[in-house]
Design a protein around this ligand. Structure first.
Ligand SMILES: Nc1ncnc2c1ncn2[C@@H]1O[C@H](COP(=O)(O)OP(=O)(O)OP(=O)(O)O)[C@@H](O)[C@H]1O
Ligand SMILES: [Mg+2]
Length: 1043
């Protein structure tokens, strides 16, 4: 914006807040005129865009222009409707707040064109996919359809919107359009049956007659000539050279298809349009007794899909209910004509509402998405009638101007609020703004019981003689003293002269408007005879049966009056707008002749006043004329201060301070906020700007004089700015990527239960990766540790495999670490476990003790015996019991690879071949008895050996392993039988007792009393010798893993 400041003498200021004399309307208009002359049709008042209709095509709406405005800060570039669009769109995306753009201005000022340009900007610049392309098409195509049915040629505008329109455009979280919704307000239905001179009915009638093919017109029983239809010629200008109805018909037909109307729906719609034309041509005759009858024959009932005679009856009679009884009374001629016109208006008005509903269904592909989508953000577009002051103002102007009062109220409230918020964030004290609060006028119109609308409703409902004049009298009685209300009777002499007796005047915020009360009651009543409603709700045309509900006929309650309906819909609109961040476009038309290049000052002044632009500027300028972020201000004006030139390296606020001090700003001229400088008067800014202009040649000279030095400096600056630029770009890229990543992550999370696909791949990979990383840190470290991190659902199977692999791995590693000696020990322990576990009482106590290689030192064994045996593997001291008499004899039991021997000091007493060994018996108790069963046939073996050994588990394990007879070990619970001679058997009985005892018992049995083992006993049993050997062994093998 600053760049244009220098050209301000020629092109004016881009922002009215920079007008020195901001209270002067003449200065305001002069600024508009200067800009208009240069084809600069847009100017700001702060963030409000003022637009002047150029009435010619300007080269400022191309795609390149859209790109120019995309993502660029509001003030950095010349004012434009695209700047408002882009700013709104970005605010919606970054702040996640719903936005709305309020477009207002009088008829022909360019509201609808502006709203179409905004829509197009979104359609072209927002991200899209296939669905959105369709939706974008539908959004754009809804315009020609709504314009065909809701716009008409008027004196002021060849394409005047005869209804108010609010459109919501919905955007998804990526910023792409995902739906739309339209609300329509107060269609000017009276146009269906009457048009002022020089005006036309709604476009669709003329389009259908001009563009519809012959077959279509035949089925609708229509002639191509619009002059054949009474409803189309009231304004005497059925044909207009500037409008091509034929071409527009083609556009509308295509648009109906794009939006999704079926052929059947289009046919039904056109039947209704044609039926309105036939209704207009329905004429009445008057009988001798004043009764009315229809004198024309048309296809009306066929097209409406209703019973012909019922329709005729309903058009000429009225159904009344008196004292609970229904009565039919004939209508006189005027009544019949107005019943016919009422029907035409009702049929057209309701069909228009149906059309909007239908378009809405097509825009919100699924209606429920529109209402339920929480992620969506919305931009609303309000294209609504501006203040209307005509020669004769009626009920419609009253409603329209009331609507503008409400919008002004909202505008003041929201503008003040946002100003206040900015002051608060910047930490600047808020200064009270003087403005006119138009609440007093809104109350005058809308207040319950006391407002004009309530009085009008009351007058419509009141029994007895009521008419428009009685309504005026009631107004005088009730609101006569109000400072914003005058009637002929209440006015002073001067005002009286310019007011008729049928008028009341409202002093609107924008100016005075006289309203003629004629027709107020009828228009507010908007009544349609009940019997006509009854006929219509039986229509076979689905559009009509949808529009005329049976409940409406059954329900005796009076429908809401038109003004109240309008009031309520406005209240809802205000609620919608209040919930959004507003932007404003104020449209002005430069002349009434629709001519380019003509600037009619009187007309413009009138609009500036009625749009409340001066009020708007006053509110905006109440505090400061100009505000900018520190960095922008410093960047522009730093050459003006030696401290800040060429670069300021300290805090931005300090830099700005230094700059304004150097420039000699007075304290009352400016304020420093947290991130912005606020300059109170435009002259301060202009002086600064002029100083900059003046400084430029000096800077140039200095540059020349110290060219070499400066070349270095410049080079340095170029490098520096290049470097900074690169860093900024990198930072921006990183941010962009981060935002994308976050979006992908969130989307993935939402779709995490779906199949692996593009939408969730990133999220699922992340989950997998995180689990694996976590697992790596938390793997169990020993085979005995059974803990395992809980896997996410999608990794359960993989996790099980990993757990198994890890366990195997640990086992392999463990086994590799085991040394041969320890392995032998383990193998023996495993065999011992297989033989004795849960079988013998002394087994558990043996588990913790190592099996020794031998229990006899070599010195303890006779040399002779050793020489005889060659190599012995294991030796242990035992007690041998004679098979007869059980005499105990101490012996050594030595095991070799293939046999065992019992040695008495130096003499081998018995040789026991492993091959001949029949079995090994032990008891299940804690004693050390063991019987080695040998065959009798072989004399060399000398029969069974009954032995006692303190290390019976170790001995039996080693013997069984060496003899490869682990399966030959018998564990007997009560007794062991052994062979005494070839024919005789001996028995060892086992009992439990407190002390180990082996003695001869009854019946010649050997009785063994086995100790009960407690932990203390285990220690005793272990014996000193065993303990000694164990410790010794442990020392030798201390490097081995413990069991
Ligand atoms: N930006 C523009 N560029 C060129 N012509 C424009 C522009 N804006 C408006 N016009 C011209 O002005 C005419 C009237 O504009 P538009 O229909 O938008 O007025 P309006 O404010 O919607 O009026 P109404 O209240 O009657 O609907 C358009 O048909 C077009 O010819
Ligand atoms: Mg319009």
């Amino acid at each position: 914006m600053e760049s244009a400041l220098t050209a301000r003498d020629r092109v004016g200021v881009q922002d009215f807040v920079l007008l020195e004399n901001y209270n002067s309307e003449a200065t305001f208009i002069e600024n508009l005129r200067r800009r208009f002359r240069e084809n600069l049709i847009y100017t700001y008042i702060g963030s409000v865009l003022v637009s002047v209709n150029p009435y010619k095509e300007l080269e400022i709406y191309s795609k390149q222009q859209m790109e120019r405005y995309r993502g660029v800060s509001f003030y950095e570039i010349s004012p434009h409707i695209y700047a408002i669009s882009d700013n709104t769109y970005r605010a919606m995306r970054t702040e996640r707040r719903d936005q709305c753009i309020l477009i207002s201005g009088e008829s022909g000022a360019g509201k609808t064109e502006a709203s179409k340009k905004i829509l197009l900007y979104f359609a072209v610049t927002c991200p899209t996919n296939d669905h959105m392309v369709t939706l974008g098409d539908r959004l754009l195509q809804s315009n020609p359809v709504l314009e065909a049915f809701g716009n008409a040629k008027t004196l002021r505008n060849d394409n005047s919107s005869r209804f108010g329109k609010y459109m919501d455009i919905q955007f998804d979280f990526k910023g792409a359009t995902m739906g739309g919704h339209i609300l329509n307000y107060l269609l000017e239905k009276s146009r269906v049956v009457h048009q002022n001179h020089g005006e036309r009915n709604f476009h669709i009638f003329y389009q259908l007659l001009d563009g519809g093919d012959d077959d279509l017109l035949n089925t609708l029983n229509l002639e191509r000539n619009p002059h054949s239809y009474r409803y189309l010629v009231k304004g005497s200008c059925a044909r207009v050279s500037s409008i091509s109805d034929k071409n527009n018909w083609r556009v509308v037909r295509k648009a109906l298809d794009v939006i999704g109307f079926t052929a059947e729906e289009v046919q039904k719609l056109l039947n209704i349009i044609a039926s309105v034309l036939h209704l207009g041509n329905t004429l009445f005759g008057e009988g001798e007794e004043g009764e009315t009858y229809i004198i024309t024959e048309t296809q009306l009932s066929n097209l409406l899909g209703v019973d012909g005679s019922a329709l005729k009856e309903a058009l000429t009679h009225k159904k009344l209910t008196a004292k609970g009884e229904e009565m039919i009374s004939p209508l006189n001629f005027e009544q019949a004509v107005s019943a016919r016109d009422a029907l035409a208006k009702a049929v057209y008005g309701r069909t228009f509402n149906w059309l909007v509903e239908k378009i809405n269904q097509s825009l919100a592909l699924k209606e429920e998405i529109y209402h339920s989508s929480k992620d969506a953000s919305v931009i609303g577009l309000l294209d609504i009638y501006g203040f209307e002051v005509l020669q004769h103002n009626s009920f419609e102007q009253f409603c329209i101007n009331y609507c503008n009062e409400k919008l002004q109220q909202l505008f003041i409230e929201l503008t003040l609020r946002s100003e206040q918020e900015e002051y608060e964030t910047e930490g600047i004290a808020w200064e009270t703004v003087q403005y006119f609060d138009n609440k007093i006028i809104c109350d005058l119109i809308e207040e319950k019981h006391k407002g004009i609308i309530s009085i009008l409703d009351e007058e419509c409902l009141r029994p007895g003689e009521t008419c428009d004049i009685s309504f005026l009298e009631k107004l005088e009685d009730t609101v006569g003293g109000h400072p914003h209300f005058i009637t002929h009777k209440l006015a002073n002499g001067k005002t009286r002269r310019v007011m008729s007796r049928e008028e009341f005047r409202l002093l609107h915020y924008a100016g005075e408007v006289n309203y003629n009360v004629n027709g107020f009651l009828d228009k507010n009543n908007d009544l349609l005879n009940r019997n006509l409603k009854e006929v219509m709700c039986q229509s076979e045309n689905q559009i009509l049966s949808h529009c005329f509900r049976r409940e409406e006929v059954i329900d005796q309650k009076r429908p809401e009056m038109a003004a109240s309906q309008f009031k309520n819909s406005l209240m809802k609109l205000m609620e919608i707008l209040m919930s959004k961040e507003p932007s404003y476009v104020r449209c002005i038309k430069p002349n009434d002749a629709k001519q380019p290049g003509r600037f009619d000052e009187v007309l413009v002044r009138h609009q500036v006043k009625y749009l409340g632009l001066m009020e708007n500027l006053r509110v905006r300028r109440a505090g400061f004329a100009y505000r900018r972020r520190f960095e922008a201000f410093l960047q522009r004006y730093k050459p003006l201060c030696p401290e800040t030139w060429p670069n300021w390296n300290g805090k931005l606020a300090d830099g700005v301070s230094a700059l304004v001090n150097h420039l000699g700003y007075k304290p009352e001229e400016y304020k420093l906020g947290r991130s912005k400088i606020f300059i109170r008067f435009p002259k301060t800014l202009f002086a600064t700007e002029d100083a900059l202009e003046a400084k430029k040649p000096e800077i140039g000279k200095r540059l020349q004089a110290s060219y070499v030095n400066m070349a270095h400096v410049e080079l340095f600056i170029v490098i520096q700015s290049g470097w900074r630029g690169m860093k900024a770009r990198r930072r921006a890229k990183r941010r962009r990527e981060a935002a994308q990543l976050i979006r992908r992550f969130i989307k993935g999370f939402i779709c995490r239960h779906e199949e692996y696909c593009d939408d969730n791949d990133y999220f699922l990979d992340h989950v997998r990766c995180s689990f694996l990383k976590h697992l790596r840190k938390n793997l169990p470290r020993s085979v005995l540790d059974k803990s395992w991190p809980t896997p996410p659902a999608l990794l359960i199977e993989a996790s099980e495999h990993l757990q198994m692999l890890h366990m195997r791995n640990m086992v392999i590693k463990y086994c590799r670490r085991v040394q041969p000696e320890w392995k032998k020990q383990m193998m023996q322990k495993v065999v011992a476990s297989e033989i004795f576990k849960d079988q013998k009482g002394s087994y558990p106590h043996s588990v913790g003790r190592l099996f020794l290689d031998t229990r006899l030192e070599r010195e303890q064994i006779s040399l002779k015996v050793l020489q005889t045996l060659g190599s012995e593997k294991y030796g242990v001291a035992v007690i041998k019991y004679d098979r007869r008499g059980f005499k105990p004899r101490p012996r050594q039991l030595l095991l070799t690879n293939s046999f065992a021997v019992l040695v008495d000091r130096t003499k081998i007493k018995q040789r026991l071949d492993y091959a001949a060994l029949r079995g090994i018996s032990v008891s299940s108790l804690c004693d050390g008895m063991v019987v080695l069963h040998m065959p009798w046939e072989d004399n060399k073996q000398k029969g069974d050996a009954v032995l006692h050994c303190s290390h019976v588990i170790e001995l039996v394990t080693k013997l069984a392993m060496m003899a490869s007879k682990t399966n030959y070990v018998n564990i007997n619970p009560g007794c062991i039988r052994f062979g005494v001679s070839r024919t005789k058997e001996g028995i060892i009985d086992f009992v439990r007792g407190s002390e180990l005892k082996v003695a001869k018992g009854k019946r010649g049995h050997l009785l063994v009393v086995s100790q009960r083992l407690f932990s203390g006993h285990a220690e005793i049993l272990r014996g000193r010798e065993s303990l000694f050997l164990y410790e010794k062994n442990k020392k030798q093998k201390k490097n081995l893993p413990s069991s």
